[in-house]
Design a binder for this molecule. Structure first.
Ligand code: FPP
Length: 262
């Protein structure tokens, strides 16, 4: 009973203990690894519906997948993992669902902060902080504060994120800098624009994964994905396993990246 209560409180289940295929992981480490993997975690709602459960049950299970994939990416030696957690369009969802999603950072903080610190992972947020409820902001700032000295993988949650908005904000800030004389118009190049995005300190993703069968980018990292390999799978995010993540990396290793050259 106590064990079951603990599992419910922490989100950990027996399936959580599934051992990683170490041989497969070691083989992957021998090939070229993406430095930065970005993921559109889609299909939580459909996953829940299929099981006769409310949509939020899908998000809860999705949070557990976040834990598994974070571990797999970290064990593999990926430098940056970015997860699309809430888009600027997601405010249009039913209020209860929005409230639940806004509570997940605090929940994740409670259940996973210790492990993230132990793993030397640095947690960041990409997106507009304004509009987010104070309890969400509070959890994010606790995450940032507790992991700011960490030097390992950078785990970014894209929250209240929209790529067009990100680019618009960057343009505004660049114009301000030109107007104030801090910057000359001639200095505006791709590098400078990249430095004005939320992802300023991150390399562009080498690989973008989207789950649940939708073949779209949905306003996610439009600038940064210019040369990324794209990987789509029909599997819904709550069912996306570490093995499936390794499969995506294997697929990446089979592709040759030429950046427009021959
Ligand atoms: C898309 O599925 C998923 C989301 C909008 C939310 C994703 C969030 C998580 C997986 C948890 C994030 C965890 C933290 C700690 C912030 P959907 O609801 O659009 O699925 P559907 O297309 O089947 O309806």
């Amino acid at each position: 009973m106590i064990q079951r209560l603990k599992q419910w409180l922490t989100g950990y289940t027996a399936a959580d203990q599934t051992p990683v295929d170490r041989d497969r992981m070691e083989a992957l480490k021998k090939g070229p690894l993406p430095k930065h993997v970005a993921i559109i975690m889609d299909g939580n709602g459909r996953w829940a519906k299929k099981r006769g459960m409310p949509r939020i049950a899908g998000h809860r299970q999705g949070m557990i997948t976040v834990r598994h994939i974070t571990r797999a990416a970290d064990d593999l030696g990926i430098q940056a993992l970015t997860l699309y957690s809430f888009s600027t369009e997601n405010w249009k969802r039913p209020k209860d669902e929005v409230n639940y999603l806004m509570g997940l950072p605090a929940e994740f903080l409670r259940t996973d902060l210790d492990e993230l610190v132990e793993r030397n992972i640095q947690v960041r947020m990409l997106g507009e902080e304004e509009q987010l409820p104070s309890h969400t902001l509070d959890a994010i700032s606790k995450f940032k504060e507790a992991t700011k000295e960490n030097t390992g993988m950078v785990l970014s949650f894209a929250l209240n994120y929209g790529a067009r908005r990100e680019i618009t904000e960057a343009v505004r800030r660049i114009i301000d800098e030109v107007k104030s004389g801090k910057l000359d118009k001639e200095q505006i190049d791709e590098e400078l624009i990249s430095r004005h995005l939320y992802t300023a300190e991150l390399p562009d993703p080498d690989l973008m994964i989207r789950t649940s069968g939708e073949i779209r980018i949905s306003n996610f990292m439009l600038w940064q994905l210019a040369y990324s390999e794209l990987y789509f799978t029909d599997v819904q995010w709550p069912d996306f396993s570490q093995e499936m993540f390794f499969e995506a990396i294997e697929d990446f290793q089979r592709r040759s990246r030429r950046y427009g050259a021959v």
